[in-house]
Design a protein around this ligand. Structure first.
Ligand code: FES
Ligand code: FE2
Length: 410
């Protein structure tokens, strides 16, 4: 792919990417193969499918997975492709099914993927040879990750980083309080880049900034002595509480970051007035955990407070369209209307997310203009955007290398 090789050479470090990276169909196809079909993707939370037969589908480019819980409680990621003639099996986004029945000729699969009935296939047909094909699936403290590649990267480093810090938040004993879906008219990288800086937060996110400092992102140099001394004292307190607050920041180019950050004084959670919006979750006996932030590239970020958690999942549809699901979780015992109000739980992050989508759509619209040229990242506040771009280009460089003609010796 000469175009890609040229584009990679055209990129200036420290500046935003050339337009084609956000708009070109061929680049998008490479991203699907090299990034979305080769890495671990966040699929959802295991508590979203609490009962046997509960499932949701996950579209990833031309692939589609069915994430389903079987009667033993195990969760599977099946390719949503019938082993008869290839029809898509599950056509709904979510549901509960004792069996997965293909709509074409009604082959029937158990939630664990075994083919249990295939009518009119004759005596010699061997159903045991036609179980659904599986993708890799792993769970980390209640978060489900999947990989459609045969050759999945080692999940160990991500698990080791997420598990000890998220476990206390009790996501596997939680339930969905609210869910919001969006189709954002922007390239998926515009959304990730926006998430990787808080340069825009003070002006654009009044609700977020009530409880949060707009500091703490790696490479953001704006923190003052007062902020760092607060960080030190909070780290010590969290350590004493067993919260294991170790900042993990894309180690060795790995695609994950975990950090626990303090909320502003008087705020027990990310709410508008500082008060809790739901009962304490998981191991928390008092509201003193700050806010745990997790990012896994290419498609996930989440915040876990002591009373609610929020996950954001990106799924690219095309170069200029990204589907986003923002989900809010509370303790599974919490009673809606008595212990929590879904609108109040979701308020800060629904507002913040929707403000971001508007910023991203504006950003993408400007990138499409002939007048766009790559602009400089702030060295004071946008180093983490550069880190993401470097990670991204590293994934694509393999594609350019593979496409480069090999010199033959005479
Ligand atoms: S394609 Fe599924 S039963 Fe025929
Ligand atoms: Fe934002």
């Amino acid at each position: 792919m000469d175009n890609l090789t040229n584009l990679l050479q055209k990129r200036t470090p420290g500046k935003s990417l050339p337009r084609e990276f956000y708009t070109d169909e061929d680049i998008f196809a490479e991203e699907m193969e090299r990034i979305f079909h080769s890495n671990w993707l966040f699929a959802g939370a295991s508590c979203e499918i609490p009962n046997p037969g509960d499932y949701f589908t996950l579209p990833v480019g031309d692939e589609s997975l069915i994430i389903i819980r079987d009667k033993n409680g195990d969760i599977h990621a099946h390719f949503n492709v019938c082993r008869h003639r290839g029809s898509k099996i599950a056509t709904e986004e979510r549901g509960c099914a004792k069996a997965l029945v293909c709509p074409y000729h009604q082959w029937v699969y158990a939630p664990d993927g075994k083919l249990t009935n295939a009518r009119l296939m004759g005596d010699t047909f061997r159903p045991e040879e036609y179980a659904l094909r599986k993708a890799h699936i792993r769970e980390a403290a209640g978060l489900i990750f999947v990989c459609v590649s045969d050759d999945a990267p080692d999940f160990g480093p991500m698990l080791d980083a997420i598990e000890p810090q998220l476990r206390a938040h009790g996501l596997d004993n939680a339930k969905v309080a609210a869910r919001h879906n969006y189709e954002v008219r922007a390239n998926w990288k515009v959304l990730v880049e926006n998430n990787r800086e808080c340069y825009h937060c003070r002006v654009s996110h009044p609700e977020f900034c009530m409880s949060n400092y707009d500091l703490g992102l790696p490479g953001d140099t704006r923190g003052d002595a007062e902020y760092y001394s607060l960080l030190d004292s909070e780290y010590e307190r969290w350590e004493n509480l067993g919260l294991s607050p170790k900042e993990v920041n894309f180690p060795d180019g790995d695609p994950h970051r975990i950090s626990r950050l303090p909320l502003k004084e008087g705020f027990l959670t990310e709410s508008l007035d500082g008060n809790l919006v739901a009962p304490l979750m998981g191991d928390f006996e008092s509201p003193d955990g700050g806010s745990l932030r997790i990012i896994t590239l290419p498609n996930f970020w989440g915040h876990a407070n002591c009373d609610y958690a929020m996950t954001t999942r990106l799924l690219p549809i095309s170069p200029d369209l990204t589907r986003v699901e923002v989900t809010f979780f509370v303790d599974e015992e919490a009673v809606e209307g008595k212990d929590y109000d879904p609108g109040t739980v979701a308020h800060v992050w629904k507002m913040t997310s929707e403000q971001d989508w508007e910023l991203c759509e504006n950003n993408h619209a400007g990138i499409k203009s002939l007048a766009y040229e790559p602009g400089p990242f702030s060295t004071l506040t946008e180093s983490s955007v550069e880190s993401f771009v470097v990670w991204y280009l590293g994934r694509l460089e393999g594609a350019a290398r593979a496409a480069r003609p090999v010199a033959r010796s005479a």
